[in-house]
Design a protein around this ligand. Sequence first.
Ligand SMILES: Nc1ncnc2c1ncn2[C@@H]1O[C@H](COP(=O)(O)OP(=O)(O)OP(=O)(O)O)[C@@H](O)[C@H]1O
Ligand SMILES: [Mg+2]
Length: 451
Amino acid sequence: MASPALFEQAETQWNLDKLYADLAEAKREVVPHARSHELTELERTRLRGLLLGYSPADIADYQCVVEGTVEVSLSNGIYRYVEALTGRDRTSLESWRDVATWLQAAGYSAQQVAINWSQMPDIPKLYGREAELTQLKDWILANPSPKSKPSPSARLIAINGPAGIGKTSLSIALAKTIQSEFEGVIWQSLRYRPKLEDLLNQWLVQLPDATAHSPTGASEPVNCYDQLTVLMDYLRDHRCLVILDNFETLLTGGSFMGEYESGYEAYGELLRRIGEQQHQSCVLVTSREGSRDMPKSRASSSPIRHLDLAGLKPQAAMEILKMEQLEETGKSHWSMLISQYRGNPLMLRIVAMTIHELFEGNVRQFLGQRMTLFGDIKYLINQQYERLSSEEQDILVHLADAAEPVPLESLTQPYRLDAVKGLLGRSLIEKSSAGFTLIPVVMEYVRHHLP
Ligand SMILES: Nc1ncnc2c1ncn2[C@@H]1O[C@H](COP(=O)(O)OP(=O)(O)OP(=O)(O)O)[C@@H](O)[C@H]1O
Ligand SMILES: [Mg+2]
């Protein structure tokens, strides 16, 4: 028989009373004909065990029962109630760890401060990206790989890559798996270009006792740079994960990469302080473009890390085509399609929907049209083209006119090396031993769609 006191330490970390009450409501939905909807003592005990990080096997050990008994009762009970409570599909829970992660994201953890966490976009199933997730986790949690020396945990990480490559999706998947390691988590989309002082104002009122860190002792710091000092003190004393999504919206188009729009320069100071000062938090920035405040050091001792996100590997990209129910006209056609779009998941989803609508799902027929650029894909490329400097645009035209790869020497005269780097960084051009070329969609855009 279960002891009601078992796993009672969960009390200090979770809002158990509210959780029991809300799960009872969820249970009413899942088993409407049950005599009572209150959680049983056994359900409460096992829930507390999961919340403390005990696996079903551990819980079975503590309760001196066989593991299968715990598994079955969780599958018929707590797992289903948690799915209902957090608005997920029935049987979408894949691991017992999801219970704590989902309930934490839903705000039931007593300790964690979660700012704008519920504003994270809901992402469909993520295919591939295992290596990237492992790399990011190793950087943030400072797990040394078997071959390398231990390195300090990353304070600032940039995920860079072109539109639709999956930066936001990857950062969300990562955040969900590691959020329990942090005292505070902040999700911040920069899509609508908030001023840094407004953001800091919002965050600091939600971070408990943050203003107590104010060096002047004033309850409200006076300007943006004072606010930043208060934030930095907080990030030093509390381990937080901050995600800034769509950083490129703060950078100017039409010039070389990394300049801030007027009025947004303070974000540069934020990145500089995050990278340079000692603290125990991690700020993750997703951006289509690099910023000059994120030097690209490859040294493993650097607390600043970069992940240049490339397209999906063929296996993962095929899963997207399968999901869109394209006809399997032969593996080579699918491979050709994936290669044309360089494994960009958003482009593959758009093209798959078009093939479905216009070619009845037949990839071979679509490829026969020899057309890669249309609708939203054209819009994505156009968006990126418009933000280029005139020198970068000239290089694209030069490459589109050339019938074969162009070596660097022919590009840098009279062009600047920065322009070539900028285009590579935006994944609009590719480098091989023979020289530089445009990726196919950009080639079609420059040759046939430029006004
Ligand atoms: N690994 C993946 N598996 C399946 N779908 C994916 C994957 N990565 C991204 N997607 C899908 O591709 C689309 C674009 O992804 P996402 O928004 O993460 O790209 P992004 O790099 O953040 O783009 P942007 O630069 O516009 O912000 C989304 O619909 C997303 O669901
Ligand atoms: Mg994004």
